[in-house]
Design a protein around this ligand. Structure first.
Ligand code: APR
Length: 232
């Protein structure tokens, strides 16, 4: 059993936690992501304009998941959760499955999941391990019309009520590997501050939102996450 003075912990992760597993972050290469502007592949308008490009883009991201595995930061979070007696919620902005593979249990994918698709006719969510093409039929209404189950810019992130409820009750908020550019996630630290929680950022460098955190650790997640969790 972990010996910690904290009882209700919320962790937010971003692309930085998966970087050392070999998945590129969004903003470290000058705003380009795998040679695309985010607006060309990650908006509903982009999907309307050029569905083939958007599907190809996410098909490639999904296929890449076959070649990656959790790194020590994902594993440290899962092991900490398993040993922790209090309330624990892991919220990830990542659409990869590395937290699940590491064994995290109480986990919210607020920006969706590559390994799921959604029917544009019924909004039903399906498991998706292969490419989506214009001919892919959904299981629910048996007609073409599957999109990646990804929250694009301009769409509402998922499970927000559950996330805010946990933030409003937490006594420790840890943000790992996120640049603090994208709301609402970038504002979570303010909610945790407002209820008097301890707030800490673990990131390779100070993020955009660094000033809002009471504490900071700057270094690679694969080393710093387990070191910090062991200190609790
Ligand atoms: N360890 C810790 N932090 C790292 C590491 C590492 N090994 N490598 C990179 N980082 C940090 C970078 O310094 C950067 O601050 O991770 C952060 C990654 O930032 P972004 O690329 O902006 O990713 P993220 O914050 O998750 O993006 C948020 O934006 O495009 C949307 O929906 C997408 O979920 C995504 C959201």
């Amino acid at each position: 059993m972990q010996n910690t003075k904290h009882q209700r912990i919320v962790v937010l992760t971003g692309a930085g936690i998966s970087a050392e597993s070999g998945i590129n972050t969004f903003r470290d290469s000058g705003g380009l992501w795998e040679n695309h502007r985010l607006e060309d592949v990650a908006t509903p308008e982009a999907f309307e304009r050029n569905p083939e490009l958007v599907q190809r883009f996410y098909n490639a991201r999904r296929a890449q998941l076959n070649d990656v595995k959790p790194n020590p930061a994902h594993i440290a979070l899962a092991e900490f959760e398993a040993a922790f007696a209090g309330e624990f919620l892991l919220v990830t902005q990542n659409v990869d499955h590395l937290h699940s593979l590491a064994g995290s249990n109480k986990l919210i994918h607020m920006h969706g999941e590559l390994l799921k698709s959604r029917c544009i006719h019924t909004d039903k969510i399906h498991s998706q391990t292969s490419d989506i093409t214009e001919h892919s039929h959904c299981e629910c209404c048996q007609q073409p019309g599957l999109r990646p189950h990804i929250v694009w810019f301009g769409e509402m992130p998922l499970f927000m009520d559950e996330i805010y409820q946990a933030l409003e009750n937490c006594d420790l908020f840890i943000s790992i590997g996120t640049s603090g550019n994208v709301y609402p996630a970038a504002g979570f630290v303010e909610v945790a501050n407002s209820v008097g929680a301890r707030t800490i950022e673990i990131n390779l460098e100070p993020s955009n939102g660094a000033a809002a955190f009471k504490e900071a650790i700057h270094g690679p997640a694969s080393i710093e996450v387990s070191a910090f969790l062991s200190s609790l």
